[in-house]
Design a protein around this ligand. Sequence first.
Ligand code: AMP
Ligand code: GLY
Length: 427
Amino acid sequence: MNTLILGSGGREHTFAWKIAQSPLCNKLFVAPGNAGTAQVATNLSIGYNDFEKIAEAVLANDIDLVIVGPEEPLVKGVRDFFQSREELQHVLMVGPDAHGAMLEGSKDFSKNFMLKYGIPTAASQTFTKDTLQEGLQYLDNQRLPIVLKADGLAAGKGVIIAQSLDEAKTALSEMLIDAKFGDASSKVVIEEFLTGIELSVFVLTDGKNYKILPEAKDYKRIGEGDQGLNTGGMGAVSPVPFANEKFMKSVEEQVIIPTVEGLKKEGINYNGFIFIGLMNHEGEPYVIEYNARMGDPETEVVFPRIESDILALMIATAKGELSDIELVVSKQHAVTTMIVAGGYPEDYRKGDVIVGYDSVKDALIFHAGTKHEGSMVVTNGGRVMALTGMSNTLERAIQKSQKAAQQILFDGKNYRKDIGLDVLRYS
Ligand code: AMP
Ligand code: GLY
């Protein structure tokens, strides 16, 4: 099987690392990739939204399977594009079409979907520029804090948790009138604030069948103790102790089954990942968001725990044959720590030389924002590398991940030293 992975982050390096181990893997490409994917695959310097160039590369390299990493090409319809071209229709793809990707691409769509199929979620209402006054009045009658979400993709920045009525009203006006998040905030979902512990659940579906992948907990804030600005994710752990059998049974019955059934009833032929962001609110699951892809850095702890042939799983997902495959998951604990560039998540440094990775013996190194410059590897993104430690104990997995985060050096390096420590307390 010749495979192309679209994307350039830690998620895609992890996909490539795992697929390269499969006996079914023939040629492996990543577009555009990073310095890490270059170790296990051939990088193609094509942007993941450049569908024409991707199509050319697929035909030129006899690619049988395309796995889409990030949400943007999915929401922009990369699957629909492949289906619309006769010469590309034979190509297998992991990733939903634009309609299915609306689960992530439109918060209003996903809210209506959850309401229609009885999937537990926070109470909400959607407003536009034309209904700003109603929106402001609605806010008058809500409890604080209150959550405002830009409807469309906003690079992870479109959610505002307002602590005061003033802040909420200002945010609503800025989003709807001043287009604070561009087109993405032409609609705003106002939603009740849920308390609880967050959990990321990952489902692989071929449209009919599904497999529940290992769950994970993400650390979103830049600072220790979950302080400071939101980021793409500073670390992750899997498994998560409170995701016990009873809770996961509720998740399956109340969320996963109705989601897969709902997609079917909507006539959406969904072949790909569904990433469900959940709140464990008083022991019951509530959906905070859907994503139409895997999480990053959650992939860096989820995939290393999958013992089944990942390429076989991907092929079955694309072909609608998931029921034929067994998913085997390791009991090991996986912890990943992201090392990030100085300044991230605001303006950050780029081009700093990275050293020390040769001395890392006890952790997996997944590159995110890196590239080659001559014989050197330099920083090329906010999140630079994810270091995954694996062990039979959570404590040891944390130590391995943290040690690797210390060993790798570049100017301005920053990372959280508390990844997994809260989970250690529950277990
Ligand atoms: P999202 O972009 O939807 O993942 O939202 C970003 C973050 O905002 C989530 O990971 C949660 O921590 C928080 N959040 C979103 N919706 C809610 C909610 N209804 N209640 C509490 N926190 C929320
Ligand atoms: N780590 C969160 C995400 O991938 O959306």
